[in-house]
Ligand binder design. Structure first.
Ligand SMILES: Cc1cc2nc3c(=O)[nH]c(=O)nc-3n(C[C@H](O)[C@H](O)[C@H](O)COP(=O)(O)OP(=O)(O)OC[C@H]3O[C@@H](n4cnc5c(N)ncnc54)[C@H](O)[C@@H]3O)c2cc1C
Length: 284
């Protein structure tokens, strides 16, 4: 079992990972190895002390280099569920279960709350993981939301298994093969069903009968990620020690609220790491 699981490889997660590694804790660090897509996208950053006026791509590269220099490794998997049982946390990430004594949520802010019906039917036809749940849809019809080419291989896998794939992706250039893949021109606006998924509703009002709906994206709402977490809109409610309402579960960075800034994310990651050290020592 790990001392701490950090979810998110943005500035908040990196900052916490550095401190915890330097204090010789065992750290399980989830998120894309290329780190923060948000930092990467910033054209110019002028308000992060010590970096001067710097392009987002360069700063994100420096973050990666810093992690590498300290021997910090990432697990490039999307964590889909965090549950606490008997004083330990179980994390489900793409079909693997991991255990940790404490958790830091550094997931960035997730503005999309998902579509209506998505959270309600999660695990009953709604899935975030093609390789985990795809086999249950052999010979069946499914709807797939694909955020981008990063998930193309998951769509290919689903197309191999399912009889029919109704695919929506905001990325027009996305090319995924299979005669059974029908590209939708309108986004998935809702998931319908009583006990299980029965259909998806599209933005243009059409309803398509399906047995399952996959949402392949890089982040999921905190409410779906950690059941029972207290939220204020899209933000995780924390106290000054960055504790959430769940003992041993902390949050830092954009996910705790505005301002959405790198310096705040780094600062909170550092504070959270120190609180986690105290929690692990039993002194918090
Ligand atoms: C265009 C643009 C320009 C910006 N300009 C500036 C600026 O000039 N100055 C400034 O200070 N800030 C700027 N920002 C804001 C800054 O990028 C954010 O405040 C900062 O990145 C927040 O860091 P974070 O670690 O909280 O979250 P993020 O950087 O969003 O990182 C979150 C990480 O968590 C991962 N993740 C999420 N959910 C999961 C999961 N379930 N499992 C595994 N991994 C997960 C994500 O993939 C990501 O790697 C800008 C943002 C944008 C988009």
């Amino acid at each position: 079992m790990f001392d701490v699981a950090i979810i998110g490889t943005g500035p908040a997660g990196l900052s916490a990972a550095i401190t915890l590694k330097m204090r010789e804790k065992s750290v399980l660090w989830f998120g894309p190895a290329d780190m923060s897509a948000k930092v990467e996208k910033a054209e110019k950053i002028a308000n992060y002390p010590g970096a001067g006026v710097i392009g987002g791509r360069e700063l994100n590269g420096r973050f990666r280099a810093h992690a590498q220099e300290l021997g910090l490794e990432t697990v490039d998997r999307l964590v889909t569920t965090v549950t606490k049982t008997g004083g330990r946390f179980m994390l489900l990430a793409e079909n693997e279960v991991y255990e940790a004594r404490s958790v830091l949520l550094a997931t960035g802010v997730v503005t999309s709350r998902g579509v209506p019906g998505e959270a309600e039917l999660l695990g009953r036809g709604v899935s975030y993981c093609a390789t985990c749940d795809g086999m249950f849809y052999r010979g069946k019809a499914i709807a797939v939301y694909c955020a981008g080419s990063r998930y193309a291989h998951e769509v290919e896998y689903l197309a191999d298994v399912a009889s029919k794939v109704y695919l929506y992706s905001p990325e027009r250039e996305l090319t995924v093969g299979g005669e059974n893949v029908e590209r939708l021109g309108s986004p998935i606006a809702g998931v319908e069903g009583h006990d299980r998924v029965e259909s998806v509703r599209l933005g243009d009002g059409r309803e398509i009968p399906v047995d399952g709906a996959f949402f392949l994206r890089s982040a999921i709402s905190p409410a779906s990620l950690v059941p029972g977490l207290a939220l204020d809109g899209p933000h995780i409610v924390v106290d000054r020690q960055l504790r959430t309402g769940i003992e041993g579960c902390f949050a830092a960075g954009d996910c705790t609220g505005r301002p959405y800034q790198i310096a705040k994310a780094v600062g909170e990651g550092n504070v959270a790491a120190h609180q986690i050290l105290e929690y692990l020592a039993g002194t918090l």
